[in-house]
Design a protein around this ligand. Structure first.
Ligand code: AMP
Ligand code: ZN
Length: 458
């Protein structure tokens, strides 16, 4: 089956064909590094990682560009309020530059622990200020901008098709703009360049043809996508929240400057949600990858959990769901080890069914179910293993590299276990049960095999 992907632009699943044979240009909106990323953010990055893997399994090389937003993302999407970086700086007492570097490092570490492949290019907004100024200049030359007292704005009314990606009801928005527009001409207009206020001492600011200040958030993506991938490339991704504001704005900028809608396919990952406020970075126990580790989970179990839901539906996070994912992952790892060495070739029929599922708009939940069907099948162990490892090129669970952790058993625990094994040998069941209880108090469980036993920590 040829590869089909859901394109938010057309609101339909359609056949994917690369713009340049063999090579895919992929841009994914990256993190805003004013705080740690939460596991919701990583659901989107995991979806994008899955997409990359599927593209590669289809024989494409993927040139993947991701930005790091380290300036310009304001607390409010209405282009007012504080810059998130400056706010983060006040919160932590560190400089805006230091927190950008701290949270970028943390992001990179989380990518590794979640098995997310590194982008071909990871580019910072602050490293590309001249490119953003040039881009704004181009938009200005084409007549799409106006100046207010606080910045240079994009006039969205100049583009009849502005907001098509989000199917925005522009007339309705205009009519319902009860909020004070200030000096903005239209509710959907947005800042390309913001001036540093005279009374402000911004840590991040640059000179520009319009005055000292900093770039708006949306321009960084248009400018860096253009720099690394050109004015029109294959796929642009982000979270579902970007469908109505950030991505329509990226499109409007590139359309104004270069006459293209930036990408051939627009793909969006749906949110991870919770029934309480835990996803929010302002709440006490906010859901970071490190919190999962602190609670004894393997970050890969979170990756597994994300595979169980289609990227185009929201996923409700719960600790029970993560427990179940950890258990399923552990079982899959043990099964994989038990299969021994891989045969030279995977099973062609299973691989064909697997690819058909993934090529049907990345149906990972179905593909995961197929892995269980594979494990239960009567194929030879070596062929099963080779097929499972092939599947894992898409899952990214690292099954091939996984080795069971060996745990040191303390002498006193080993002694009780030996006594219980001896009691069992002489059919002294009461004593064997008593010793099992003793082991349990010590925090261990004993599993009886035919000729020997194993011990596990509880
Ligand atoms: P940010 O750091 O806020 O710029 O977000 C980074 C990425 O995470 C963007 O693609 C967002 O759309 C995405 N995102 C934000 N919140 C969630 C969530 N709860 N679930 C999934 N993705 C999210
Ligand atoms: Zn973006």
């Amino acid at each position: 089956m040829s590869l089909e992907l859901y394109d938010t632009w057309t609101r339909s699943q359609r056949e994917f064909a690369p713009l340049t044979p063999g090579e895919i240009g992929l841009y994914t909106c990256g993190p805003t590094v004013y705080d740690y990323q939460h596991i919701g953010n990583y659901r989107t990055f995991l979806f994008e990682d899955g997409l990359k893997r599927v593209l590669r399994l289809n024989g494409y090389r993927v040139n993947h560009v991701m930005n790091i937003t380290d300036v310009g993302h304001l607390v409010s999407d209405a282009d007012d309020g504080e810059d998130k970086m400056e706010k983060g700086s006040r919160r932590t007492g560190k400089s805006a530059w230091d927190i950008a570097s701290l949270y970028t490092d943390s992001f990179v570490g989380d990518l590794k622990s979640l098995g997310i492949e590194f982008p071909s290019t990871l580019c910072k907004a602050t490293d590309n200020i001249p490119e953003q100024i040039d881009f704004i200049q181009k938009i200005e030359d084409k007549g799409y901008t106006y100046r207010t007292s606080d910045g240079i704005y994009f006039d969205t009314s100049k583009q009849p098709d502005y907001g098509y990606l989000g199917r925005l009801d522009i007339a309705g928005l205009q009519a319902g703009a009860r909020v004070d527009l200030g000096e903005k001409k239209n509710p959907t207009d947005y800042a390309l360049w913001k001036f540093s206020a005279a009374e402000d001492h911004r840590q991040m600011e640059w000179d520009s043809p319009w005055g000292r200040g900093f770039p708006g958030w949306h321009i960084e993506c248009s400018a860096m996508a253009h720099k690394y991938l050109g004015a029109y490339f294959d796929i642009h991704c982000g979270g579902e929240d970007h469908i109505t504001v950030h991505h329509p704005n990226e499109i409007s900028q590139t359309e104004a400057a270069y006459g293209t809608r930036l990408a051939n396919f627009w793909m969006h990952g749906y949110f991870l949600i919770t029934n309480d406020a835990k996803m929010s970075k302002s709440s006490g126990e906010f859901l970071r990858v490190q919190l999962l580790v602190d609670k004894g989970y393997d970050p890969i179990a979170y990756r597994y959990l994300c595979l169980t839901a289609h990227y185009r539906s929201q996923l409700v996070f719960s600790w029970d769901a993560l427990d179940a994912a950890q258990t399923a992952l552990d079982r899959m790892r043990v099964n994989s080890i038990a299969l021994g060495d891989a045969a030279a070739r995977p099973d062609a029929d299973f691989v064909a069914r697997f690819m058909a599922m993934l090529n049907d708009d990345l149906n990972f939940p179905q593909a995961l179910a197929l892995a269980y069907e594979l494990l239960k099948s009567d194929l030879a162990p070596g062929v099963k293993k080779a097929t499972l490892l092939k599947f894992d090129e898409a899952f990214g669970l690292g099954l091939g590299a996984w080795v069971p952790k060996t745990v040191e058993v303390p002498d006193n625990v080993r002694a009780v276990a030996d006594l219980r094994w001896a009691a069992r040998d002489t059919k002294n069941w009461a004593e064997a049960d008593r010793l099992r209880g003793e082991l349990s108090v010590l925090g261990w469980t004993m599993k009886d095999g035919k000729d020997s036993y194993t011990l596990a920590k509880t």
